[in-house]
Design a protein around this ligand. Structure first.
Ligand SMILES: Cc1cc2nc3c(=O)[nH]c(=O)nc-3n(C[C@H](O)[C@H](O)[C@H](O)COP(=O)(O)OP(=O)(O)OC[C@H]3O[C@@H](n4cnc5c(N)ncnc54)[C@H](O)[C@@H]3O)c2cc1C
Length: 407
């Protein structure tokens, strides 16, 4: 029976990075990947361009992971965004940022990131076996024993890098939760995160593709306001998406009501004042001009008038007070009753996973069994959009890799 220093289950970014790091230290490493090739999800990140981290001080990352950023502090500090950018650049893959601070490979090709990770593994002698789903992992007296359909493998250390449950077609079907649970770990119930949001009687199908920079959202539950946030909003054919909604989806439940303001930094009181002033100076102009001058797309402006019961050519001077109030409420407090959140098929990441209280934050080693490591999205970590999830996958993988290599 073949025996290794380390077996890694899962060939996503976390698994590949950890495997290469440990093999670079001269250890024998086997990586088992269930799909025909590694990194299927990595290839679709950032719409195929791979937004692998974000600009800025690494300390600013900590509040991008809901309540779990604190756990990540040591590994993010030890292997930060600039370390990750440097790692790729030193190997011939420079980075470039967009105007919002998202960092991509300058080539804008996720395939280049995957190729680099695979060649790191190859150069350091990692044995990669694909089409090799792990069926079982158990503790034996010498360490770990892992079973696939084709064989049984043993190792001193085991890294679970199977990802979460979202986009299951990429191979991430939550298998790691079962392995970790069997080995004694608690699993915080997994749920879809960074997910589009659906509402009853959705009115914006015909406006799919229109987006609103810095829209603001007030979240209400049972009539009580719970949260105020802002971010880009995108109408899809069937619901709401865009970074602002994806971030907020972490906190939403069916039955909540979102009140949306489509104009940045505007509340109903402020908007009513602006509209009244505009009408006093522009009484003969159509009200629609006020909307388009406030950066609302023309087709959406037409729909807002329709929703507010205002004829399309209505001038400011002829706008009744009740119609004005209705228009203001629609633009700056549009009520969107949440009927459901998208499932794992559409969610970009999974919240929940291996409970963090049972993992050493400096090394990702289990507090329950020695030399068992959990890295990447299998952990109870989900970040905002913007490169924070891949940074977490790489930083947790580096923490485990360093620890395993040092033994
Ligand atoms: C559409 C989309 C776009 C995204 N874009 C971005 C982005 O731009 N920036 C960002 O930061 N994050 C992004 N993410 C999130 C990011 O892709 C994940 O957080 C990241 O891939 C997690 O890495 P991982 O290595 O932990 O897991 P994964 O990438 O999920 O890899 C896990 C691997 O384990 C394998 N595996 C599972 N079970 C077994 C088993 N039993 N045996 C063997 N192998 C197994 C899987 O086949 C898979 O290859 C995006 C996600 C999606 C779905």
């Amino acid at each position: 029976m073949n025996s290794y220093s380390l077996i890694v289950i899962g060939g996503g970014p976390a698994g590949l990075f950890c495997a290469a790091r440990v093999a670079a230290a001269g250890k024998t490493v086997l990586l088992l990947e269930k799909m025909p090739g590694c990194g299927k999800k990595l290839l679709i990140t950032g719409a195929g361009q791979c937004n692998f981290t974000h600009e800025g001080e690494i300390s600013s990352f900590l509040d991008k992971y809901g309540g779990n950023g604190k756990f990540l502090r040591p590994c993010l500090m030890e292997f930060s965004n600039s370390d990750l950018i440097g790692f790729f650049a030193e190997r011939g893959l420079p980075a470039a940022s967009d105007e919002s601070g998202k960092v991509f490979p300058a080539s804008r090709k996720a395939g280049d990131v995957l190729s680099l990770l695979l060649s790191e593994c190859r150069n350091h002698g990692v044995e990669i076996r694909s089409r090799e789903p792990v069926r079982d992992a158990e503790v034996v007296d010498t360490g770990y024993q892992v079973r696939t359909d084709h064989g049984v493998f043993r190792s001193a250390a085991l890294a679970i890098a199977t990802g979460g449950s979202s986009y299951p077609g990429t191979g991430s079907t939550g298998d790691g939760y079962a392995f970790a649970k069997k080995l004694g770990h608690t699993i915080t119930p997994p749920a879809p995160a960074l997910a589009p949001v659906y509402g009853k009687d959705y009115q914006f199908s015909s406006l799919a593709g229109i987006s609103f920079p810095a829209a603001s959202f007030s979240q209400f539950r049972n009539g009580k306001k719970l949260r105020q946030s802002s971010g880009d909003l995108l109408f899809t054919h069937t619901g709401l998406s865009g970074p602002g909604i994806l971030h907020l989806s972490r906190y939403l439940e069916p039955g909540d009501v979102l009140k949306i303001s489509f104009i940045p930094g505007t509340d109903p009181v402020h908007l009513k004042k602006r509209l009244t002033e505009w009408i006093s100076e522009n009484g003969t102009r159509p009200v629609k001009s006020f909307l388009t001058e406030n950066s609302l797309p023309s087709r959406f402006a037409a729909m807002l008038l329709e929703l507010s019961g205002i004829p399309s050519g209505q001038t400011g001077a002829h706008l009744q007070k009740s119609s004005r109030d209705c228009l203001v409420a629609t633009i700056a407090g549009y009520p969107f009753p949440v009927s459901r959140l998208a499932g794992f098929d559409e969610a970009m990441v999974t919240r929940g996973g291996v409970a963090l209280s049972e993992i050493h934050p400096r090394t990702m080693e289990s507090r329950i069994i020695p030399q068992l490591y959990c890295i990447g999205e299998v952990l109870d970590i989900d970040g905002d959009t913007g490169g924070y999830n891949l940074q977490a996958a790489f930083s947790t993988a580096m923490a485990a890799g360093r620890d395993i290599a040092s033994r």
